[in-house]
Ligand binder design. Structure first.
Ligand code: NCD
Length: 372
């Protein structure tokens, strides 16, 4: 049984396969409309969501399957003090697959350890969001035809923006991808991701200036400042409008720039940009549904029913196969120092870490600490 907890759970060959199926679904939805008949997906949302929850739900319905939802914590057993692992054990016995969104980092991994069915991580706190990455990858593939040789700028909240974290990990495996990290220092990318980039020899440039970066970009990935993750509201207020992409800013950009955003948008892209042919953020939404359909088919091992799909399209060389090497996991009395880590919220859950470049890295949330 396979789950999607981190985008690196999928090889680049599997991503190619998901893209091929998603394109086939968008070309011929009727062919897939019954493939999940008799299967049920549970949506367990412990954090607010509109598009991801509805996208997963609509993906499952479009495949002919059923969906049960748990999205109001006040009426669920979590409000009675039930642990996440117990909830997962119970719910996974009702369904064939489950999707979880949770405010604690590493909650998706924990869920997959206790579930008897495949788990889709639909966002774990500020950590990662692999199904948004699938939406983003299909969008980039459709816009650019390849992931190789791209220059992509991530702008805004790179600290808490989980969609950024997952997309960076995914793109690092392709050839000559150049990354601009555009953020104020307070919202800089977590160090474990910079370490991945260094490990894989990828070049990245950090800047606070969107204007300086924009002329170089093939893709600009704008993000919302993640208000709900700030401990101190004044810091959020000071930073909330730090980047606003306006029509004038685009005068400096390439004609074939693709402007992306995982949505919801707050202020960071002005509405006047929506009519620019370079704006792709509403295309991402539909691409997300097709990729989630493709993912559900894969995780439920229903690919054999779509055998003819494998022959359509030939995106042969959309990626090389640079994989991040996993180190041995050590289970001890380790306590993760990240207050948002699931290990600090789930009763009885022991910490697990890996040693990486002289640092301890939590296996659940990837937070790093120096060994002193
Ligand atoms: C993102 C998320 O939830 O992380 N939204 C989404 O899934 N489409 C981005 C965000 O909330 O800013």
């Amino acid at each position: 049984m396979k789950s999607l907890i981190d985008i690196l759970n999928l090889s680049t060959a599997e991503i190619d396969e998901l893209i091929r199926t998603a394109i086939s679904i968008s070309d011929n939805p009727a062919k897939y409309s019954d493939i999940c008949r008799g299967k049920t997906l549970a949506n367990l949302f412990f954090e607010p969501s509109t598009r991801t929850r509805m996208s997963i739900e609509s993906a499952m319905y479009s495949l002919g399957g059923n969906v049960i939802n748990m999205n109001d914590q006040s009426t669920s057993s979590a409000s009675k003090g039930e642990s996440l692992s117990d909830t997962i054990r119970v719910v996974s016995s009702y369904v064939d697959i489950l999707a979880i969104r949770h405010p604690s980092e590493g909650a998706g991994l924990l869920a997959s350890e206790f579930s008897s069915v495949p788990v889709i991580n639909a966002g774990d706190g500020g950590h990662c969001h692999p199904t948004q990455t699938l939406a983003d990858l299909l969008t980039i593939y459709r816009e650019k035809g390849s992931f190789d040789d791209l220059t992509i700028g991530f702008c805004g909240d790179l600290k808490y923006g989980r969609t950024v974290h997952s997309l960076i990990k995914a793109l690092l495996r392709y050839k000559d991808v150049k990354i601009y990290l555009i953020s104020p220092e307070e919202l800089a990318l977590p160090s474990y991701l910079k370490d991945y980039m260094n490990e894989l020899g990828n070049s990245y440039i950090e800047t606070i200036s969107l204007e300086d970066a924009i002329p170089n970009l093939d893709v600009l990935y704008m993000t919302r400042i993640q208000k709900e993750r700030f401990q101190d509201i004044n810091t959020y207020e000071n930073l909330k409008d730090v980047y606003i992409l306006k029509k004038e800013s685009l005068n400096l950009a390439k004609d074939n720039l693709s402007i992306m955003h995982p949505l919801p948008r707050v202020n960071e892209i002005s509405i006047e940009v929506d009519n620019d042919p370079r704006a792709c953020y509403f295309k991402q939404v539909l691409n997300g549904k097709y990729m989630r359909m493709s993912l559900i088919i894969k995780l439920l091992s229903l690919y054999e029913k779509t055998a003819s799909v494998k022959e359509t399209g030939s995106h042969n060389d959309i990626g090389s196969n640079k994989e991040i090497i996993s180190n041995e996991k050590i289970d001890s009395d380790f306590k993760c120092k990240n207050p948002h880590c699931i290990t600090n919220h789930e009763r009885g859950l022991k910490g697990v870490y890996e040693i990486k470049d002289g640092k301890k890295q939590c296996a659940y949330c990837e937070y790093e600490e120096d060994i002193s």
